[in-house]
Ligand binder design. Sequence first.
Ligand SMILES: C[S@@+](CC[C@H](N)C(=O)[O-])C[C@H]1O[C@@H](n2cnc3c(N)ncnc32)[C@H](O)[C@@H]1O
Length: 295
Amino acid sequence: MVENQITWLQPGYRVNEVLNIAVTKFKAAGVAQPVSDARILLGHSLNKPNERFYGRENDVIQSEHLDDFSKKILRRCKREPVSKIIGVKEFWSLELQVAPYVLDPRPDSETLIEAAVKQFPDKNRILKILDLGTGSGCLLLAALKEWPHSYGIGIDIDYRCVELAKINARRNGLNNRVKFQTGNWASNLDEKFDIILCNPPYITANEIATLDEEVRLYEPKRALNGGPTGLDCYTELAPQFSNLLSAEGLIFLEVGFDQKKQILGIMRSNNLELIKIEKDLAQRDRCLILSDKHC
Ligand SMILES: C[S@@+](CC[C@H](N)C(=O)[O-])C[C@H]1O[C@@H](n2cnc3c(N)ncnc32)[C@H](O)[C@@H]1O
């Protein structure tokens, strides 16, 4: 049972005392990284977001902001992710704003950017990039950072994600090379692209109930739920892909680590050809690189 009182921290406590209180509570709540989470949240509460307090454990905290830290501790004890509490998450060295209605960018998804960089090593190229299911805009914005003369379109079915992605583009100085718009995948598009990035929802409906509370309770279901088999979105996307590719165009498609075989079947029956599979940091198959057989 998570308590709701916020009276246990007082100005005059030392850094190590408040951190110890937070860490003890996080451990009791089953938080996976209690120490680093406590340090990050304390920094944010004291309006020093980059401070981690190493070597400053004996500093006395004279701050009315400790109330804010108490509230953040309670939220984390209810397993709300740190990113959702502080409102930002890093992806590909970009700092992105996040919100309850948008999926937190994941390190696994950086595999798509790494894969694209390997396939298109010339950073001076002017590439046209499409990101389907853009969420926070993380994939497209990371790609635009890599190819500084390129431009792109990001689509999401949720207008709130589109608005947040625009904010993230401005925040990272990329807004003049990107357009974010609402849409049902690419149904409103009649253009060709050199790079298509796509991380669709791919968790099976049953599996969602077994995920960590951080995901199950705080990530938007629309960003996770791939239907009864997890494959619904791939089936919707596959017939759209080949119409969207330029002559040398490639698709970088994120997949669940155990879904490769079925998804390749769907893609092949829509005239798409596998170029390569890239693995994530845990060495699991994560990114299919596909091209149009007819190009
Ligand atoms: C797994 S999240 C990926 C978000 C982001 N690209 C990332 O990698 O973190 C999937 C995204 O697809 C969006 N989405 C779901 N169905 C869609 C559809 N039919 N058309 C466009 N976007 C859709 C969701 O709103 C969600 O933002």
